[in-house]
Design a protein around this ligand. Structure first.
Ligand SMILES: Nc1ncnc2c1ncn2[C@@H]1O[C@H](COP(=O)(O)OP(=O)(O)OP(=O)(O)O)[C@@H](O)[C@H]1O
Ligand SMILES: [Mg+2]
Length: 420
């Protein structure tokens, strides 16, 4: 071997050694790096997981809170809806733009609006000038109006009087944004007041005048009696009509006084359970022959209840009504069609009976006056028939009103409390 070869071999051995050292160092470095990564990696992953879990938990809590809040809001909305719906008073909320925001079931009933009637501007929805005026006044004055009485036209619905309280609605900044209106049905209270007033005035009239009327009747009987003593054949012919006139006038005045005494006499009811159908049948039987003779008919329709009442007086009341119906048709030369239409109001525990006819009807302007004593449009009428009917009805704690009938004529509508 040449020295060159020896030195080349030595150099190769040195380079190989260096490469070996380098490879060893690199392997150690890689192993150390792997260890470090292995040591580092579990610690870093743990922090991230904790953070993620905390975040998830917070989001879940927030969601649960949101769900609970929504459920609470829904429950409170449902509760206020139930409260509004079950209020026996009417509730109406209007915005400044005039839109009805709320009108509960009781309110619709009192205003005669069906459940399906769409809401819009309160002036259109209510259609009652007096009621609209109260709300307008509250909004204009920005002040509450407490317990104002408002009358409603009878024809539209059963409610004729409302007690109304309207308050302005302000937001948290004190800005007016509408009005809230609470109303209650005063019809029953009003009718009770009216009944009591009528009973009072009838009792006073009775006390004051019954005595005088009695004296009057005695005097008339005497005049009539003396006039009967005249022998018409024994007096000059020229005087006969005068005597006949005295007799006829005394007779008709006597009838007026008798009717008036009937009306004015303090009402003493002999109470028993009275079947209204039977009463009406008998009253109808009394006029049937006359009605048929005039080419008409009288019939009973619907459900009739029973009342605790005076049978004789109630029959007299229905007889008077039927007589009036027949007379009205006859005077107008119309064949009388008379229907006694009855229904039972279970809610108010009332019997509602209407005597309807096909006559000329009662003009709206006279519908209250017809019940006044001595109001008559007939030549031979005393004008006490309906006054007596009203008295009988009122003393049975009922009500009577005059209206128009689908048959074209009058409708006299009676409401009586049903027997307990
Ligand atoms: N069914 C009816 N249709 C039209 N008008 C009626 C009817 N019933 C009553 N009236 C009107 O009411 C008035 C008063 O009636 P009411 O019965 O009190 O007295 P009258 O019938 O005139 O007299 P009386 O009953 O003493 O004979 C009548 O004169 C009539 O004008
Ligand atoms: Mg009459």
């Amino acid at each position: 071997m040449t020295p060159t070869a020896y030195s080349f071999l030595g150099l190769t051995a040195i380079v190989a050694g260096l490469v070996g050292v380098l490879v060893f160092a690199m392997l150690r470095f890689a192993a150390a790096a792997r260890d470090t990564r292995r040591q580092l990696s579990p610690a870093g992953g743990g922090d991230t997981a904790i953070l993620t879990a905390a975040l998830h938990e917070a989001v879940a809590k927030l969601k649960a809170q949101e769900r609970a809040t929504a459920a609470r809001a829904e429950a409170s909305e449902r509760l206020s809806g139930e409260i509004i719906a079950s209020l026996t008073a009417g509730l109406l909320v209007v915005g400044l733009d005039g839109d009805v925001r709320i009108l509960n079931r009781a309110g619709r009933r009192m205003l005669g609006l069906a459940e399906s009637t769409p809401l819009g501007d309160y002036r259109q929805v209510l259609g009652e000038p007096t009621l609209i005026q109260v709300i307008d006044e509250c909004l204009a004055r920005r002040q509450a109006i407490v317990r104002r009485e408002v009358g409603l036209p009878q024809a539209r619905h059963d409610t004729s009087h409302l007690g109304v309280t309207v308050s302005p609605l302000f937001d948290e900044r004190g800005e007016l944004h509408g009005a809230i209106c609470l109303f209650s049905d005063l019809t029953a209270v009003k009718s009770l007041e009216q009944q009591l007033r009528l009973k009072d005035s009838l009792a006073t009239v009775g006390e004051l005048t019954a005595g005088i009327a009695h004296e009057f009747r005695n005097g008339l009987a005497t005049i009539h009696g003396y006039s009967k003593l005249f022998d018409l054949n024994a007096i000059p012919e020229a005087y006969r009509p005068y005597v006949e006139g005295i007799r006829a006038e005394a007779e008709s005045l006597g009838q007026v006084v008798t009717n008036f005494l009937n009306f004015a006499r303090p009402a003493e009811l002999t109470l028993s359970r009275v079947d209204l159908r039977a009463i009406c049948e008998r009253a109808a039987d009394e006029v049937r022959a006359d009605v048929r003779a005039l080419g008409g008919d009288v019939e009973l329709r619907g459900d009739f209840g029973a009342v605790d009442g005076d049978e004789v007086l109630l029959r007299q009341a229905f007889s008077n009504l039927l007589r009036n119906a027949v007379e009205a048709c006859a005077a107008a030369s119309k064949p009388p069609r008379v229907v006694i239409q009855s229904g039972i109001d279970r809610v108010q525990n009332m019997s509602r009976i209407a005597v309807e006819d096909s006559g000329p009807g009662i003009p709206a302007s006279a519908r209250e006056r017809v019940f006044r004593p001595f109001f008559t449009t007939k030549r031979s009428g005393t004008g006490l028939g309906l006054a007596l009917v009203q008295k009988i009805v009122v003393f049975h704690n009922g009500r009577i009103i005059a209206g128009s009938s689908p048959l074209g004529g009058a409708s006299l509508q009676i409401t009586l409390p049903l027997a307990s």
